[in-house]
Design a protein around this ligand. Structure first.
Ligand SMILES: Cc1ncc(COP(=O)(O)O)c(C=O)c1O
Length: 376
């Protein structure tokens, strides 16, 4: 079988959008208004409507909304619970805001923390909880986590970097906690190159974020009222964001169709754990994870798929946060029995808009062949 060169992820920028964008970019460049302009206003307005919230604030990365919300809730010296299975940015945001990340184990249902796993990490110093919609799956116990946070007076922050267009019981990701952060990094469901968005119904938090992204200047008086930073989203990026957002439903629909094809093909392969869409929710399928059989060496398998067949795969996430040198001293592996068992065996398969069913058939057959070689 000849290699096909399939990347793990790539942005989808339809030619017709590129043509319109090139004109818009020309207008933006000629206008001289390269930041804080009409494209950002429009992106924020339309994103808020799509996420089902009152306010959306455009920012320079997906880490920025997390850091800003955590600063607003004054986490300095307080603990924030974060699932260990996430990109390091989630836990780092807590440190950036002066807080103490407390990593929690994960459940096989959603590869993120269950309500009981979160509850097990609560202490009198806990200030709030960050949930991560890993791979685009909203944790099925989100209502219980919300209730727990309400009862204990804790904030609930969604890291929705993987979950544009996902929803739970008809409620979009971004509207399920007190605030949420999205990323527009190029691998994400929609992109604007680099960028992020904070969503919330809290006017004070939205005002704080607008001030924080502009060094801490007050939007009305122009006075410096807090120490902030430059976390602005440029106009060129916002214009791209508007075009991508208009495609969100189409992209998520396409990702779900491709995932359904994978699920159908892979169901015929014994020994693989799959993550079909959960009841009550729309999955964004930012990633397509499969759980490899026990004893299977993911890294070796990934190397073989890449080198022999040109199929790029990934992990979600290995190493998890508690293995990184910055965190490992405080969090021994024994605290994370599920993560230790599952995450070394999670392999993510190529999934992006533009992938074809024939590509999926190819990925599944080479995966089957490689697994058969080692007798699984
Ligand atoms: C779960 C998660 N949170 C936060 C981020 C941070 O986003 P950014 O790289 O845009 O700062 C990412 C980015 O990959 C992510 O995957």
């Amino acid at each position: 079988m000849k290699p096909r060169r399939l990347p793990r992820a790539k942005p989808h920028l339809p030619e017709e959008d590129v043509a319109v964008l090139l004109e818009e970019f020309g207008e933006i460049l000629r206008s001289g208004r390269l930041t804080r302009g009409l494209h950002l206003d429009r992106f924020e307005r339309e994103f808020a409507a799509c996420a089902g919230v009152k306010y959306a604030v455009g920012l320079s990365s997906g880490t920025a909304p997390l850091e800003i919300a955590l600063r607003f809730w004054q986490v300095e010296g307080r603990e924030v619970i974060v699932p260990t299975n996430t990109f390091v940015a989630s836990a780092n945001a807590v440190l950036l805001a002066g807080g103490i990340p407390v990593l929690a184990d994960i459940s096989p249902a959603c590869l993120s923390s269950s309500c009981a796993q979160i509850e097990a990490r609560l202490t009198p110093r806990t200030r709030g909880v960050m949930v991560v919609h890993l791979a685009g799956i909203i944790p099925p116990e989100i209502a219980e986590v919300r209730q727990l946070c309400r009862e204990r007076g804790l904030f609930l922050l969604e890291d929705a970097a993987h979950a544009h267009g996902a929803s739970w019981r008809g409620r979009p990701a971004g509207s399920l906690g007190d605030a949420a952060g999205f990323s527009f990094f190029p691998t994400k469901v929609i992109t604007c190159g680099e960028g992020g968005m904070l969503t919330t119904d809290d006017l004070q938090l939205a005002d704080f974020a607008r001030s924080y992204r502009c060094h801490g200047l007050d939007g009305q008086s122009g006075e410096l009222v807090r120490l902030g930073n430059n976390y602005r989203l440029p106009e060129l990026s916002a214009a791209l964001g508007v075009k991508q957002l208009a495609r969100l439903e189409e992209f998520v629909g396409e990702r779900n169709c491709l995932a359904a094809h994978y699920l159908e093909r892979l169901a015929r392969m014994p020994g693989l754990g799959l993550f079909p869409p959960l009841a009550d929710q729309v999955h964004s399928y930012y990633k397509f994870p499969v759980l490899l059989p026990s004893g299977c060496d993911r890294q070796q398998l990934a190397q073989c798929l890449q080198e022999e067949f040109g199929v790029e795969t990934g992990s979600a996430y290995w190493p998890p946060c508690h293995h990184h040198p910055l965190y490992c001293d405080r969090f021994p592996p024994a605290l994370f029995p599920m993560a230790e068992d599952l995450l070394p065996r999670i392999l993510t398969l190529p999934l992006f808009v533009g992938l074809e069913e024939a590509d999926i058939d190819w990925v599944c057959s080479v995966l089957q062949g490689v697994l058969a070689r080692r007798g699984d």
